[in-house]
Design a binder for this molecule. Structure first.
Ligand code: NAI
Ligand code: HPV
Length: 409
């Protein structure tokens, strides 16, 4: 016994990209003290070395966890994205290896919505250009092309956790809210869902993007789509840099077709604060350019730190996968007095039969069993008498479709 369940002090957490100290506090409180922290994302070669002996890795939006990186992460048990987006993780590659990926789907949504509102107000007043001119000694006192936010049409693309909150706050300021989403959504307040992106773009004074990075959102705001926006309208993007054709946007700012833009995310972002930010948008005073800080507030980061750390420690302690983005979700009770076997397998016919056969052959008494599957994998959790867990674990590991199995006690 004792040989299969790792002692907490041996379980290594690798936290990258300046994950908030609240994560360390939460992990310490759960008994995990073996934590390696880095303030930045690591270049791939350094990452391969650092991740080689890590059981858990915590990242933000910058670190790319590719199939190749996973290949070097032989001990990795789970991934925590201390953010919302999980596009930086090769999710199928993680799933194939039986590695659940967790994120924080809510904690920074309010921060993004507040930033977008502030930017919409500033851009409708032409403040970014007036501010830049004032710094250079110019005095642009004029009401020309300066508007209140009240009564303007806000077009939200992607009416999810952020888009919905944005809509509610915008209505509070008197905006007329409409949205486009691939899923039919219940509109909050007086918001209206439009059937096509084209219709939304053509009828909005301010367009704000809140979609994830997926093949369907790549280059979504192409040159042709930007041309559908009314002359003098405004584009805000705090979603992902791949969603907007930046060169086409630059041309439309230069021509004056768009009055302004606020861009927080870019197709290529500097790896750290030490690297130069390169973008054709730097040329435009009427563009607010922010360094991917939509979710970077003290409140959001502290909450994210606690939330994701707790998801990781809970998975480590008792196998719970609730809210994992790639794994069957299983919420598990405590298992005091028994040993808990975790079996992750490819979701192919016959595995459950084989698992039940193990218990019938070995005569090991099962006190509780939980099963959940998704398209790719099955996740079975079995609580057994402590004295029999070794023999059962060995038999489970021998089942053909097994990806990994472990025991918790
Ligand atoms: N700038 C920053 O610091 C931050 C950026 N983000 C980004 O914002 C994105 C959105 O965040 P949430 O609202 O929390 O996500 P969410 O998953 O709650 O909502 C996304 C919405 O987009 C919709 N959608 C997906 N594909 C679409 C398509 N092709 N056309 C139209 N709608 C589509 C979905 O149906 C969903 O309603 C995240 O995926 C992340 O990339 C999130 C937080 C901070
Ligand atoms: O939550 C997200 O998806 C974000 O884009 C925020 O990313 P960050 O944690 O600031 O690197």
């Amino acid at each position: 016994m004792g040989s299969t369940s790792l002692q907490k002090r041996k379980i290594k957490f690798l936290l990258l990209e300046g994950v908030h100290p609240s994560a360390v506090e939460a992990l310490n409180a759960a008994g995990y003290n073996n934590i390696e922290q880095h303030p930045k994302a690591l270049p791939p070669e350094e990452l391969k070395t650092a991740i080689a002996d890590a059981h858990f890795v915590g990242i933000r939006s910058r670190t790319q966890l590719t199939d190749e990186i996973f290949e070097h992460a032989r001990k990795l048990v789970a991934v925590g994205c201390f953010c919302i987006g999980t596009n930086q993780v090769d999710l199928p590659a993680a799933t194939r290896r039986g590695i659940p990926v967790f994120n924080a789907p809510f904690s920074n949504t309010r921060s993004v919505a507040e930033l977008v509102i502030a930017e919409a107000i500033l851009l409708l007043r032409g403040i970014p250009a007036k501010n830049a001119a004032a710094h250079r000694g110019a005095w642009l006192k004029s009401a020309a092309n300066s508007y209140e936010i009240r009564g303007k049409r806000l077009g939200i693309v992607g009416y999810g956790n952020i888009g919905m909150q944005l809509g509610v706050i915008a209505e509070g300021l008197g905006m007329r809210v409409q949205f486009y989403d691939v899923v039919n959504k219940l509109p909050l307040g007086n918001a209206r869902q439009l059937g096509t992106l084209d219709a939304l773009l053509a009828s909005s004074d301010v367009v704000s993007l809140h979609v994830p990075e997926t093949p369907s959102t790549a280059n979504m705001l192409s040159a042709a789509r930007l041309d559908q926006m009314p002359a003098g309208s405004i584009l805000i993007n705090a979603s992902r840099g791949t969603v907007v054709d930046i060169d086409a946007l630059a041309e439309r700012l230069a021509s004056g077709h768009l009055a302004g833009a606020a861009i927080d995310v870019f197709p290529v972002e500097p790896r750290s604060n030490d690297d130069e930010f390169v973008s054709p948008l730097r040329a435009f005073d009427q563009a607010i350019l922010t360094p991917h800080i939509g979710g970077s507030t003290m409140e959001a980061q502290e909450n994210i730190g606690m939330e994701v750390a707790e998801k990781l420690s809970r998975y480590s302690d008792n196998g719970t996968t609730t809210s994992s983005v790639n794994f069957p979700e299983v919420a598990l009770p405590e298992h005091a007095g028994s040993h808990r076997l975790l079996h992750i397998h490819r979701n192919v016919p016959g595995v459950m039969g084989a698992i039940n056969q193990v218990f019938s052959d070995t005569g090991v008494n099962v006190s509780a069993q939980f099963l959940q599957t998704n398209d790719a994998i099955g996740y079975v959790v079995i609580d057994v008498d402590a004295e029999y867990s070794d023999v059962a674990l060995r038999a489970l590991a021998d089942i053909d479709a097994t990806i990994r199995s472990r025991v918790l006690f």
